[in-house]
Design a protein. Sequence first.
Length: 82
Amino acid sequence: MSLQERAKAAAKDLEGKVQEAVGNVTGDSEQQASGQAKQVEADVRNAAEDVKDKAKDVADAVQEKAKDTADAVKAKAKEIID
C-alpha cells in the first residue's frame, strides 16, 4: 500500500466534499457535479490501491508456497540420495 497514494486519495475526497458543499450552498450544479466527480476519483484511487495490495499479497503467498515446495523437493532428493 502506498501511503502517499492513499493520502492523495483522501485529499481528493476532501476537496470533492468541500466543492460539492459549496455547490449545494450556492446552488451551483457544476460545482456539485465537479465535487462529486472528485469523490468518485478518490474512490477509484483507493480501489486501485486495494487491488495493488491484494496482488502483492497473492504474489507473496505464491512465492512462499514455491519456496516451501522447493525445500520439500530438496529434502526428498537428499533423502533418496542418502
